[in-house]
Write a protein that binds this ligand. Structure first.
Ligand SMILES: Nc1nc2c(ncn2[C@@H]2O[C@H](COP(=O)(O)OP(=O)(O)OP(=O)(O)O)[C@@H](O)[C@H]2O)c(=O)[nH]1
Ligand SMILES: [Mg+2]
Length: 434
């Protein structure tokens, strides 16, 4: 049965930022969505098609998110698509070089859908860092298929498609039983108090979500109510049964001198400790000192004391190179356009073109356009390659990290710092030179 856009199956690609989701998506679909070495490039869902054997797949590239708590619009977009967009399968792309951190999102997605494949990408980078991952054991521990990939190696992507295909086609005989994280007895008790009520409100095809929704309600995640209202037309916020149970849980917790905050902390610590256990079992660090140097540099670049001054110095140097370096090509361009303008004026004069047209075309249009080109093009041609260099050095995520706190105060995130730097670098350089 053909479904969305005439495809047999819909497959969502989720994962942390910068793990290669879009690179895999582009290679499978032949599309050219934006990729780059800094987080937060994909901000909305992108759709593409690809075929394998006799089946057509609709691939959906979701924005990268560290969690699905819906603290940002990207998280909401990804969460809503996984929960309510009805994908047949969710491929969670993880970074082989930092599996433990990525497992946080894997556990969250396993709570939301049973149809999951984990794609361990960046295996080449892991190899460079002497990290080996036991993919079979990882699959066993997570209870879902696991595939290792390198985004630009089509052989590994073919293997991914093969696993996607066989998982979907053998769906009824599927052996995989996704492991659900066991939280502390307190949290499990709270979940059990509310889960059956939540389940009874959900349509049969969404019953799987009951545990996850219960967790979100315990976590006082307001946006889940909004999402349920708009996607499933279920209003749990004004549901007396659910609210009664939640109040009862809160009362019980306060009787035990506990609180929702401690439940939240307990959920987070269960996720962290389970991720650590799985990493210990599945990852072998052949060289434990492999990133000692980079960690030392990282500590300095993101430290409270030196992080911001180094960042300002770095950006100031780039800014200075852009402005000072642009002077020479700019005056060359300006002279060239000036010479052409003189020639054009002579031609217009010889052709007896009225003064109105000479003013409009040469002093108006030509002079304005060439002036803007002479002033703006050189700084852009210098600034963007320099910014690309920073990107390749991996410094951009550090800038995002350093500025995250400040941007949060303006209800934004550190990732926005990069767009702001780009806009500021280029435009300010041009404006100063004007
Ligand atoms: N060495 C190596 N680099 C990779 C691999 N996959 C992706 N990359 C690089 O990693 C960077 C991030 O890739 P993207 O595809 O943009 O990552 P993303 O997960 O879509 O990122 P967001 O959209 O920001 O969440 C790019 O510079 C890619 O070229 C891989 O398997 N090996
Ligand atoms: Mg992307």
């Amino acid at each position: 049965m053909k479904k969305q856009y005439g495809c047999d199956y819909t497959i969502a690609f989720a994962g942390n930022p910068n793990v290669g989701k879009t690179s895999i998506f582009n290679n499978l679909t032949g599309m050219h969505q934006h990729t780059g070495n800094w987080p937060g490039k994909t901000v909305s869902n992108a759709y593409g098609k690809c075929s394998y054997n006799d089946k057509d797949f609709l691939l959906v590239d979701l924005p990268g998110t560290y969690s699905l708590m819906s603290n940002s619009s990207e998280e909401e977009i990804a969460r809503d698509y996984i929960c309510f967009g009805n994908p047949d399968l969710c491929v969670v792309v993880v970074d082989a070089t930092c599996l433990e951190r990525n497992l946080n999102l894997v556990f969250q997605i396993l709570e939301m859908t049973p149809n999951v494949i984990v794609c361990v990408n960046l295996l080449d980078e892991a190899k460079k860092k002497s990290i080996e991952i036991n993919l079979e054991l990882l699959s066993e521990l997570l209870g879902v298929p696991v595939v290792g990939t390198i985004a630009n190696k089509s052989k590994t992507l073919k293997k991914l498609l093969e696993v996607i295909y066989s998982t979907l086609e053998n769906h009824n005989n599927i052996q995989s039983v996704p492991s659900k994280l066991k939280y502390s007895p307190d949290v499990e008790e709270c979940i059990s108090m509310i889960e059956e009520d939540v389940k009874s409100k959900l349509p049969s095809e969404k019953q799987y979500l009951s545990r996850w929704i219960s967790l979100k309600l315990l976590d006082e995640n307001i946006s889940i109510n909004e999402a349920l209202k708009s996607s499933l037309h279920i209003d749990l916020e004004n549901d007396s049964d659910i609210q009664e149970k939640l109040n009862q849980i809160k009362a019980d917790l306060s009787n035990e001198s506990s609180s929702i905050t401690s439940i939240r902390d307990s959920i987070v610590s269960s996720i962290i400790s389970e991720a650590e256990k799985i990493r210990e079992k599945t990852c072998i660090f052949a060289n434990s000192k492999y990133n000692l140097k980079s960690r030392k540099i990282d500590k300095i670049l993101t430290s409270k004391k030196f992080g911001i001054p180094i960042m300002i110095a770095f950006l100031a140097v780039i800014f200075w190179i852009t402005i000072a370096g642009a002077n020479y090509p700019s005056s060359l361009l300006s002279n060239m356009f000036g010479t052409i303008q003189d020639k054009l004026l002579i031609i217009f004069h010889n052709l007896n073109i009225p003064e109105f047209w000479t003013n409009l075309l040469i002093y108006g249009m030509y002079q304005t356009v060439t002036w803007v080109i002479a002033v703006m093009l050189p700084p852009m041609a210098i600034f963007f390659p320099l910014f690309t260099l920073l990107e390749d050095l991996g410094y951009l995520p550090r800038i995002a990290f350093n500025l995250d706190n400040y941007f949060k105060k303006a209800c934004s995130t550190g990732k926005q710092a990069l767009t702001m730097c780009m806009g500021f670098g280029c435009n300010a350089a041009g404006v100063i030179r004007l």
